[in-house]
Design a protein around this ligand. Sequence first.
Ligand SMILES: CC(C)(COP(=O)(O)OP(=O)(O)OC[C@H]1O[C@@H](n2cnc3c(N)ncnc32)[C@H](O)[C@@H]1OP(=O)(O)O)[C@@H](O)C(=O)NCCC(=O)NCCS
Length: 220
Amino acid sequence: MEKMPYQPQLDTVVSTLSQTNTTKQPTDWRNGLPVLTGSTMTLREMRVSDAASLFFALTTEEVSRFISPPPTTVEGFERFILWAHRQRAAGQYICFVIVPRGMDTAAGLFQVRSLGPGFATAEWGFAMSSEYWGTGMFVEGARMTAEFAFDVVGVHRLEARAALKNGRGNGALRKIGAVQEGVLRRSFLRNGEYLDQALWSIIADEWRAKAVWGPRVVVH
Ligand SMILES: CC(C)(COP(=O)(O)OP(=O)(O)OC[C@H]1O[C@@H](n2cnc3c(N)ncnc32)[C@H](O)[C@@H]1OP(=O)(O)O)[C@@H](O)C(=O)NCCC(=O)NCCS
C-alpha cells in the first residue's frame, strides 16, 4: 500500500465505465472480480458508490500516515475507482473492497498490482478503517486476496513494502507468514521525509505448503 499505484495527477482519461455489477460472476478476472466470501467480510469489486465510505475509512490520520496519500475528496475516490476498473481490464491491477459482515459499506481495500509481464510477480497493499483493526478481518482478507492472486491470477511472488515506522503494518505482514527480505533505504517519500521500508514477500509454493490461513474461500 505504500506505493499506491494510482496517481490522480496522471489520470486524465475520461471514463465511460458505469458501476460494476458484481452479481454477475465473470470467468476472467479482467472482465470483473468475483465476490469472495469469508466469515468476517466479503471482498468484491469496487463500485463508484463506494467512494464516500472509502473516503471516510481511509483518509484518517491513523490509517493514511504511512501509505501513499489517498485521494482527498469523494470525487477523487470516484476517479480512483474508475481508474482501477480500467487497470483491471488491462490486466495490470486488482482492487478488492472490504465489506464487513452484516454491513453494506466499504471499510477498506486490498490491492495487488503487477510488477512484471504476466503478473508473475506482484506487489500488494491493504488499508482498513481503524474501527476494524485487531478484529481478525485483516488476516482473513489477506488470505482471500493471496489465494486469489496465487490460484486465479497466477502470481508466483507477492511482495509488500511497509515503512519501518509502521509497526502495525509490519506486524500484520509478519503474522500472516510473510518473510522480511531486507530494508529499502530511504525509498518512500512521505510528508517531505524519505522513509526506510521493509521488503516482505510470500512465495506461492511456500504459502500453499503451509496453507495455515483457515478454511477455503467461498467464491460466488
Ligand atoms: C495494515 C492493516 C490493514 C492491518 O490490519 P490490523 O487489523 O491492524 O492487523 P492485525 O491487528 O490483525 O495485526 C497487526 C499485528 O501487528 C501488531 N502490532 C501492532 N502495533 C505494532 C507495533 N508498533 N510493532 C509491532 N507489532 C505491532 C499487533 O499486535 C498485531 O499482531 P497480533 O495480532 O499478533 O497481536 C491496518 O492496520 C491498517 O489499515 N493500517 C493502515 C494502513 C497501512 O499502514 N497499510 C500498510 C500496511 S503495509
